[in-house]
Design a protein around this ligand. Sequence first.
Ligand code: CAA
Length: 296
Amino acid sequence: MHVRTVTVIGAGTMGSGIAQVCAQSGWETRLFDAFPESLEKGMNNINHFWDKGISKGKTSLEEKEKWSSNLKLYTNLNKAVEDTDLVIEAVPEIMKLKKEIFIKLEKIAPKHAILATNTSSLPISSIANVTTCPERIIGMHFFNPVPIMKLLELVKHDKCSEETIAFAQSIGKVMGKETIVVKDVPGFATSRLGVVLGNEAIRMLSEGVASASDIDLAMKLGYKHPMGPLELSDLVGLDVRKDILNSLADAFDDESYRPHQLLNKLVSEGSLGKKTNKGIYNWSDSGKTERTDLPE
Ligand code: CAA
């Protein structure tokens, strides 16, 4: 299937990153968010990345202008979705919200359009089964920072067609991603391992095993991870991590997946990580510093 237009729903960290890569891939890219301020923030993130790319000599001004011209912002869902070939939903990990969106998408998107969700842990079948077209619904799970991370995890539920999988694989290739195809099991192949490591690191921090930066350094130097589990949790968003852990605990009926109380407290106080300048660490333009005021 030929792709001309892609619609991304949700201009948060993941949605704006996905829209950026779609625009760079040459597609007409429509970034939708119900809130104009979220669109503005998402666009700032994209421009910041492109400007940094220019200053690093990785990108040219001409390329930035060409990519910008591929990208349009929408607060009207109908307009964002009409005539589109692919929709990638990247709203918060709330099943009710995702189901409502897919019910609407089935009504307003063209019949040929593939409808993808970027959920990091919710069952794709539960989302697909609220529509009468589950065969064209698939999980397309991207990683943060989307323009840099090479993996695209494709999640195949029972009713997903082979054509939809082949389409998503070809889309991933144009985006410069390596794709893997994974069964529709809670946490897929990535999130389950990732959040468990992060939650355990938070437990160790609360037990005073070591400072946050020493726990991170342990995994960077001892295991050659590019980032430590605590700074990575701040990068992904502590609210996102908390939601994934709760959905795993529910799906597996296993309380050992529940978020540690320190994680719950950080989210309750609004410390969501890098995006709020405060999480497990304090964040600023000059980097991160250890917090001395973590909740008890
Ligand atoms: N424009 C163009 N290229 C850029 C760029 C820009 N603005 N910024 C960076 N790059 C390029 C760099 O030039 C570099 O390219 P080369 O490898 O060709 O040299 C590459 O991108 C890496 O950039 P940096 O060297 O500046 O970055 P780094 O080495 O400090 O690494 C990182 C940063 C990629 C984030 C690394 O720390 C990392 O991989 N961390 C782990 C991230 C991770 O695990 N993400 C997954 C989170 S889980 C998730 O997202 C799923 C979920 O469901 C929540």
